[in-house]
Design a protein around this ligand. Structure first.
Ligand code: PGA
Length: 253
């Protein structure tokens, strides 16, 4: 369960959130198989990581720049993020692809850089409304996956892939759970084709307008292992409620 705060929350607000998160989780532990991750802005990674470590919550960067250290004004590498306490990195979010012109090639480079730095990449893939209308959804998912899978020298055992249809992000219109499940199965198959045997272990998330109201339906699908949640994760109580909903279904499987 990944909370993507995007460009929200000051450092003080971020630490207040995780203080409350720790309190809620200590009060009532999360179901055993639930892994919780928060993705604050770069600024809050270190203070958030220092606080959540004790309760076993992970911290993700929302992006990263390739390389380690060097003359790259404004850049933040995986190495620096890991040192600050991050253990995951969201890569290839559609907002990065669209608003920061990140190409498939750049996404692949960042996934490799995340792995080199010891970060678990959370690779985002997903089609636009136009892609879907034109029947290009499968082709887009394959292209975005192949760019990364084909670029890695060896299978990445901890890879996480988030299926995030662009039309569902921030719109209040989530994908139909059965359709999200079909896409998750397609992603799993593609990973397995590229790296035989790896399909089973890759964790697949759904993202796009997940809320407290629809979380249980999303998690009831067999191929969906979790969720990448934007605006609904900004309220700590809601994030915990959605994580618990996920845990119930994991236990039922
Ligand atoms: P949303 O964002 O939950 O606000 O739709 C999801 C995401 O962008 O990962």
């Amino acid at each position: 369960m990944v909370a993507n705060w995007k460009m929200h929350k000051t450092v003080a607000q971020s630490t207040a959130y995780v203080r409350e998160l720790c309190r809620l989780v200590e009060q009532e532990p999360l179901p055993e198989r639930v892994e919780m991750v928060v993705a604050p802005t770069y600024l809050a990674i270190a203070p958030v990581a220092a606080r959540v470590r004790v309760v076993g919550v992970g911290v993700a960067a929302q992006s990263l720049d390739p390389g380690r250290e060097g003359a790259l004004t404004g850049a933040v590498s995986g190495y620096l993020l890991f040192a600050a306490g991050a253990r995951y990195a969201i890569v290839g979010h559609s907002e990065r692809r669209q608003q920061f012109q990140e190409t498939d090639l750049m996404v692949a480079e960042r996934v490799g850089a995340a792995l080199d730095a010891g970060l678990t990449p959370i690779l985002c893939v997903g089609e636009s409304a136009l892609n879907r209308e034109r029947g290009e959804t499968e082709a887009v998912l394959h292209r975005e996956l192949d760019a990364v899978l084909g670029d890695l020298p060896r299978p990445a055992p901890h890879l996480v892939v988030a299926y995030e249809p662009i039309w569902a992000i921030g719109t209040g219109v989530a994908a139909d759970p059965a359709e999200a499940n079909r896409m998750a199965a397609l992603i799993r198959r593609r990973v397995d084709e590229a790296w035989p045997g790896a399909g089973e272990s890759v964790r697949i998330l759904y993202g796009g307008s997940v809320t407290v109201a629809n979380a249980a339906a999303v998690f009831s699908e067999s191929e969906v292992d979790g969720a990448l949640i934007g605006s609904a994760s900004l309220q700590v109580q809601d994030f915990v409620t959605m994580a618990r909903a996920g845990g119930i279904h994991q236990e039922e499987r």
